[in-house]
Design a binder for this molecule. Structure first.
Ligand SMILES: *Cc1c(COP(=O)(O)O)cnc(C)c1O
Length: 312
């Protein structure tokens, strides 16, 4: 290849780009009747598929105390959760994450305070975190980076000891587990994303999991402009709702979750196998007590065809 590499605006080696991973979504055959039903009814939002999707997510959690609130994105979900918890002071957040984690804090009117991460798992460092807690700290917003669960038990202990809130940006975490406990069950709330690159897909969307029924009720009001239905605004909320067609996709996408995780694992393993011996490249460490929805080292499958075709 001559000249500059594509990453520096040179000529692309592959005109189509490399297909990292196409979202794995319900086929039209499985959902067309329900879509037709939604369109025919004219009930495009706040209807039975919202209820069905939240019920399905609750069943997934295998936790009778769980409350699930579907929202229009994980970013909105994080912002509303911080607002509903009344957070206005400092929020500790990992320095290595997607910008949405910190954006949500700023949008709430709180202040992000960045904490270093572990160089092996890329997740927030508990020792660095402990040193950053002050009496201005109101919450920790931890992240399960690339689907590898953060050290949730240590985080819960720390949050409890300092009487501060603990929220997880679980955008990548649907399907991940820690000590066989599903991500979604830790802290005061966990917020998943369901954009096309995540393991549960609704196009756009987020899911808030919380065992706190009072918080869940507040979130439902915040999602609805902060208005309980009587046009008297209780809080300064927003429109954070998820439409019926996305909720329908969510219901079906839960059935596809195991296969979607397998495909993510296959892609990650294809890269891992080929990159691990390249000098100067180190890869994310997956601790023994966790399953990462994106890279499960115990399942080495090498059938990710697009990568096999390109990287030989
Ligand atoms: C994808 C992602 C988000 C944003 O999710 P949206 O649903 O697009 O708002 C936030 N945090 C992390 C770590 C993500 O990977």
């Amino acid at each position: 290849m001559k000249g500059k590499p594509a990453i520096l605006y040179g000529v692309k080696a592959y005109s189509q780009g490399i297909p990292f991973l196409k979202p794995y979504i319900p086929s039209i055959a499985t959902i067309k009747e329900s879509i037709a039903e939604i369109l025919a009814s004219g009930m495009l939002t706040k209807e039975k598929y919202l209820q069905a999707y939240e019920d399905k997510a609750k069943a997934y959690s295998e936790d009778a105390q769980m409350n699930v609130v579907a929202v229009s994105s994980a970013t909105i979900g994080l912002t509303l959760t911080l607002q509903a918890l009344g957070i206005t002071g400092d929020v500790l957040v990992p320095s290595f994450t997607f910008c949405a984690s910190a954006n949500a804090i700023v949008q709430t009117g709180a202040k992000p305070v960045f904490v270093d991460c572990c160089p092996d798992t890329y997740n927030i460092s508990i020792s660095a975190l402990a040193q950053k807690i002050t009496n201005q700290t109101e919450a920790i917003l931890a992240v399960h980076v690339f689907g590898v669960p953060a050290d949730c038990l240590a985080l819960e202990k720390l949050a409890k000891a300092h009487n501060i809130k603990l929220i997880f940006d679980a955008a990548h975490g649907m399907g991940s587990t820690l000590d066989n406990i599903k991500i979604g069950r830790f802290g005061d709330a966990e917020v998943f994303s369901t954009t096309p690159m995540k393991t549960l897909v609704t196009g756009e969307g987020g899911l808030i999991f919380t065992r706190d029924a009072v918080l869940a009720q507040r979130l439902r009001t915040y999602r609805e402009y902060g208005n309980l239905g009587d046009y008297d605004c209780t809080y300064v909320g927003t429109n954070g709702r998820l439409n019926e067609i996305s909720c329908l996709m969510g219901v079906t996408s839960f059935d596809l979750l195991p296969e979607n995780i397998r495909l993510h694992n296959a892609a990650a393993n294809a890269y891992t196998q080929r990159l691990k011996s390249v000098p100067g490249i180190s890869l994310q460490h997956i601790p023994n007590n966790v399953v990462s929805a994106l890279l499960n080292k115990s399942e080495i499958c090498d059938d990710f065809l697009p990568i096999r075709a390109i990287v030989t």
